[in-house]
Every structure is written in C-alpha cells, then in structure tokens.
Design a protein around this ligand. Sequence first.
Ligand code: ZN
Length: 667
Amino acid sequence: MKKAFITASALLTVGCTSSEIKNTEQEDFKWQIDRFDDIKVLRYRIPDFDSLSLSQKKLVYYLSQAALCGRDIYFDQNCKYNLPVRHTLEAVFTGYEGDRETPEFKAFEKYLKKVWFANGIHHHYSNEKFTPGFSEAYFKTLVAGTPALKGSEETVKTILPVIFDPELYKVRVTHDGSVDMIQASANNFYEGVTQEEAERFYASRFDPSDPEPVSHGLNSRLVKENGVLTEQVWKVGGMYSPAIEKIVHWLKKAAETAENPRQKATIETLIEYYETGDLKTFDKYNILWVEDLDSQVDFINGFIETYEDPLGYKASWESTVNFKNLEATKRTELLSRNAQWFEDHSPIDDKYKKKEVKGVSAKVITVAQLGGACYPATPIGINLPNADWIRKEYGSKSVTIQNITYAYAQAAQGDGFAEEFIFREMDRELAKQWGTLANDLSVDLHECLGHGSGQLAPGIKGDELKNYGSTLEEARADLFSLYYIGDPKLVELGVMPSLDVMKTEYNTYMFNGLMGQLTRIEPGKDIIEAHMRNRQLIARWCYEKGKAENVVEMFRQGGKSYVVVNDYEKLRALFGDLLREIQRIKSEGDFEAGRQLVEGYAVKVDPELHQEVLERYAKLDLAPYSGFVNPVLTPVEKNGEIVDIVVEYPDDYAEQMLYYSSEYGFL
Ligand code: ZN
C-alpha cells in the first residue's frame, strides 16, 4: 500500500531542472531499448556509483545478486502455472527450428515479452489475462518444432487452456466485493479455500489485546488439506526453499560486507527470518531496518507488499538495492524535520492528528538493482515497513527513487503528449520548467509525510475498509501531498522556488485523474487498480464539488476535450476538505462512507470521453506503461580478490530475461 507508481504525469515532465545527474555522456544514452504492445522498456543509469567505496560496491553487488534470486517466487505467486508457461515459451523461443520470420512467430515473441514483463500471464497493471495473438494450433506447431520440448507433453497439455481459454484464470487479483475474491483471483496465495474460510482463519488469529501483532499470513500460502486449513510457509526448508536458500547465500556475503554493526545485525536478522519463517523475527528485522539511518547503501528484500492479495494478508516477494543520493536527500530531510509542523497544520480533525510524529525518515535514493515485484515495472517511491504498530512506535523509512524518475523524464522528451492534451501554452511551459521537481516533491510528500500522518480512533484496527482500504489510503497520502505542495511553507523552507510548482502539480493531477490515465484502460472496462482509482476519486470529487464556482473546467474545442484549472486556491481548499473526510473515514473505520466515495467517483469511466482519449493517444503511438532492464554489475578480480565492481548498461531486453531465467531460475 505504500508505493507511488509512475503516472502519465511523467509524460509531461519534458524538462529537467532539478536533476543532479551531470554525466556528459547522457546526450547519447539510449533510454528506450524496446517497445511492444502497451509497454516500453527503458534503461536507468546508476550515477555516482564510482563515488562508493570498494566495500560499499561489494555490498551493492551481493545484495543485487540476492535481489535477482527471488524472481521465480514472484512468478509463482502470481499464478501457479506461470513458471511452466514461461519455461515452455522460453524453450520455443530459443529452440524452435521452423520459420521465425512469420507474423505468427512475431506474435508469439510479443506474447513472451509481455509474460516476462508482467512476471506471468496477467497484465502487471490491469491484472487481466493476456490474449495471445496466435492460435492454439500454431502454438502446437511451435512445440512440435522444438526438440527441447520432447517429453514435455504433459506440461504442454496442462498449460494450453491456461494460455488459450479466456475464462480460465481470467484475472490475477480482483477487488470486486460482490464475488468470492479468493476464488475469483488467479494468483497463488490460496488453494481450495473460500474467502469466508480465509477470513475466519485469520480473524481467529487476531488478538485485539496484543499491542505488537505480527502480520499473520504474510509469508505463506493457505491451503485446505483433507478438510484442514494449513499454511505452507515460504522459508528455507519450506515452500520456495531452493530460491530462498540462494537469497540467503548472498545475504550472508552482504552481512560480512555491511557498513556498520547495525546494518550487519539487520541483514543477519533477515537471514534468520528466511531460515525460520518466524513473523516475530520479521518484525524484529523491520525495527532494525527502519532504525538504520546511517548506512548509505540500503535494500528491500522479502515478502513486503500485500495489495496483490484481495484480503491483504499475503505479501509479494520484491527487492531493490540502492544507495543514498546525498545531495538530493537534503530536500527530504528538510521535510521530515518539519513533519510535526505539517501534522499540526493539516486540515484534518484535531482528534485524528498525531500528537507526536515519530521518525519519519526520508531520503532520495539511487537504485542499483530491481527484483521480484519491482522488476521490470518499478515504483518511484517506497515507504516501509507496513506494520502499523512498528510505524507508530519506530516510524517508517521513505524513499524517492530519483534516477528512475529521471530516466522516465528523459525517455518522454518531445513525445508530443503535452502538445496534444494540454490546452494552455502557459501550462505546457510550467510543466517543462517544473514538471520534474513537482513530480519528485509530490512523491516526497506522499511517501515521507502523507502515509505517516494521522491516527486511528481507539478500538479501530485499521482493516475495516476492506477492499476499499488501499484506494482510500493512497487517496489520503495523495491529498496530503496535494494540499501541502500548495503551501507557502515549502517556499519558505527552500524546497521549491515558488508556487508555480504547485500550479504544475495541480494541472497535471487534475488532467491525469480526469483524462490522462484513461489511456491505460481498455474500452468498456472499469478502473480497478488502487492508485488509479484514487486519482480519479480525487479529481472527479474536486471537479464536481468545484463546478458551481468553475474551479476546474472541462470543455471541448475542435472536437477535443481539455481540462483547465481556473482557481488554484479554491482547488487546494477542496483537496483539504476531501483529506479531512477520508482521514475521518480511515480513523473511524467508516466502511460505508468509504465504499460510497470509491464506488461513486473512482470506478466508472465516461465511455465517450474514454473513447476520445484513446483515439488521440493512439495517434501519438506512445506506450502507457514502462519498465526497466537492470544494469549489470560485474566484479573485477585480482588474485582471487574483488578489486572493483563495474557497471554496464545492456540494451537487449530479451537477452536479460533469458539470462535471468538461466542463471536465477531456481524453481
Ligand atoms: Zn502510497
């Protein structure tokens, strides 16, 4: 629940004024290396890698190896047939002896590229199963023409309907409260279990008197065996053991290279957790991790985010390896040092304000490797840990990933998007000048202040909002960010030069929530993903509440619709009003009010506007989703000792995927 994914707003950041990247080679650097369907594959750079010490570089290297070892876990979590599907497709791709230049083979290739990108057969963002652009009969020809698949007839028979039957495993995860969400979700967190059984199973484990509850169900698959519910725990010796053993192997090397005793203890505790599966140990690890503020190199590695489980118990495996961008971190440190001021001046009800905001630590990071659920599609900001009581007692760590936002902005330069969709020339100019800073700042505010603000009423557990919880939580953090990016306090603090940055952000946000993000929805479909729902909720609610005073205007000219903000101060006040209401809903666990907000504003799409946006967007021939290949880190050895780690930027997407499958395919 704590990630900010890149939005179409990045497409508007056509300028680059706030970046620290000074590398002179960047002019020639090829940012985009592949394009298929609605996806473009980009590269990111690791600026300042050479400013790290040798020991830090080794640490980054070991942690990066650990980050790559969990790839198969995430494939399997997304659907239990993903690995056999991928293995079969890869065997065909590398070994088919027939004609590889036909349109059908190209369609097959595209399908495989999509499966790699999504870590499975469902779209990484819409969650819907891909429709192959080739027939079942053709696929059988491919299999027959691939010598390596001799003897795999049983596997092929099993996966045929998985790939080709559109009704089977239709969506990876559904948050549609009107059906049994577990039965209707294709992911692999539960087997033979109904939603009601799972809910009862975990409700019985919840002890309301425990002030330090573990995250029940986080690291296991729940199955029914002979009528009994059992958890298959993801640990060494348990489910996913072959991959987890490799992760542990590299973490042990990382622990030996840690920057300081606290970081060493942090990594060792993570190893202990992987070895035991004990969720108490996971909490202990999180506390050590959140309190490690001195190390420059940092990482995420484990079963972390739960939004791919409709019930919010099971966590997807993910990893990132990163190091602090010392210069840019001064900005977020200023914000977190003033966290109490922001809390005190927030427009929410006083009784839901934190009397004492603890340890909101924020930094800007340079990511050096992405793995699991963070690869190839990656968040641009992360705020962890997720356990509420740890956040309350020990605070949370919040990051903005600047080399990723920078790569997005570079790749989007001059793509024609702003010219097509932004009506006023002055708004396009603002975006050019302040787009990158507005984007970075809003992520900082969302992550390091937004999620951490506010408190629950006594007796409220925090899970009352159920399937609407993620959307409302993201809306709360976004509203906090929107409200404060319009506050003169930010100018006073020196993190932005003028309220023009606010104007840029408001223009972008309203356009994106009302129109821009529709480019990512297929015709006739509802909005499902939590971050997208949250953006439409905020934009539509404010548009409608401000209609009488024409705060935000939508109009058509020359057959094209546009969004224009007329009154920034009034819009800011509306953001404040909605923040107050959503905080109340969260604090009181008011499910019904939350349901009405989401169902009323966030889900349905105006079909005519949608059609128009898609047509205009199609003409630009852009891809709405992006992801990244990783840089390759290679140790340089001399007399058996590592003397340096060198970075290379590969430019072949399929090659990296095949390499990962062969070198890190442990399941
Ligand atoms: Zn968030």
